[in-house]
Design a protein around this ligand. Structure first.
Ligand code: MN
Ligand code: MN
Length: 289
């Protein structure tokens, strides 16, 4: 029986998340429906024996994060869209979180933004080891993005991960000066630089289609079955029946709804993300693919 105490569960979840991410990147062609893309990514994760740890995030252009299609989203991907494919998979609560940025249509308008986050992610991961100051990682990320003449997004961070908990306590800022913490061997950490040609910050946009339970609604609640399925992980109405969706809507005070994050200055945003396991001499890169 797989459990989140077993590192093999994390490795398997990570392999599946990485493959789902890469599948999403391949399918992100002009004319692809955003809803179909999300469904295909999440369907792949389930076929492989894991569960989505959160709805596939398919944020575009000035959207930095937390956009997932609604049930009736008919929008198509367009050439030149700067698309973040941010994917999570879990096995019994062992979570992997990984992202890539693609330019829909395969052009080269956004190469600098994409290179900035790829370089920053590589530099950040290379700095990870037991005892490292988080600020050392943040500085490596920030420097790599500045080298491309772009700005890190200062109010989005990487994060430690614990079973069933995507954001487990320690933040990994994408700018230096924001953390006095250190990392320890055995911790699972998502490193996720964001770069922009805008103001270098995000703000809350409209409420999106991603929700999570604030707490256990209790065994007698009409939402008990939903809580048993999702616990405190993010989920979306695409995953539930219309009846269950109506029950959730009626009890929305039990739920936290995530706003879509948009760049404050209207800049384009790129993101890259890996989940790693901190080890004594470095990091095991779990979501390599
Ligand atoms: Mn992510
Ligand atoms: Mn993350």
């Amino acid at each position: 029986m797989a459990t989140a105490d077993d590192v093999e569960s994390w490795r398997r979840a990570a392999r599946i998340a990485a493959q789902a991410r890469d599948l999403g990147a391949r399918l992100a062609v002009p004319g692809m429906r955003r809803r179909e893309l999300a469904d295909r990514i999440e369907g792949f994760i389930r076929e492989q024996g894991a569960q989505p740890a959160f709805p596939a995030n398919l944020s575009r252009n000035v959207e930095a994060a937390h956009y997932t299609p609604s049930v009736d989203d008919d929008a198509l991907l367009e050439p030149g869209d700067l698309l973040k494919v941010d994917v999570g998979a879990h096995i019994e609560g062992a979570i992997a979180d990984t992202a890539i940025t693609v330019e829909v249509g395969g052009g080269h308008r956004h190469d600098r933004l994409r290179r900035a986050v790829d370089d920053a992610l590589a530099a950040g991961v290379a700095a990870v080891r037991d005892g490292v100051r988080v600020d050392t990682i943040s500085r490596a990320i920030e420097d790599a993005i500045h080298r491309q003449g772009l700005k890190p997004v200062r109010n989005l961070t990487g994060h430690t991960i614990r079973p069933y908990l995507l954001h487990a306590g320690k933040a990994i800022p994408n700018v230096s000066g924001g953390s006095g913490e250190t990392l320890e061997a055995g911790e699972y950490v998502a490193i996720e630089p964001f770069a922009t040609n805008g103001a270098g910050a995000i703000e809350d946009g409209a409420f999106g289609n991603i929700v999570r339970f604030r707490q256990d609604p209790g065994p007698d609640s009409p939402l008990a079955a939903s809580f048993a399925r999702f616990r405190t992980l993010p989920f979306t109405a695409r995953w539930v029946s219309p009846d269950e969706g109506a029950r959730l809507k009626a009890a929305r005070r039990m739920l936290q709804t995530y706003p879509v994050f948009v760049e404050s200055g209207g800049g384009l945003v790129a993101q890259a993300e890996h989940t790693v396991l901190v080890q004594s001499g470095g990091a095991e890169l779990l979501t390599l693919g």
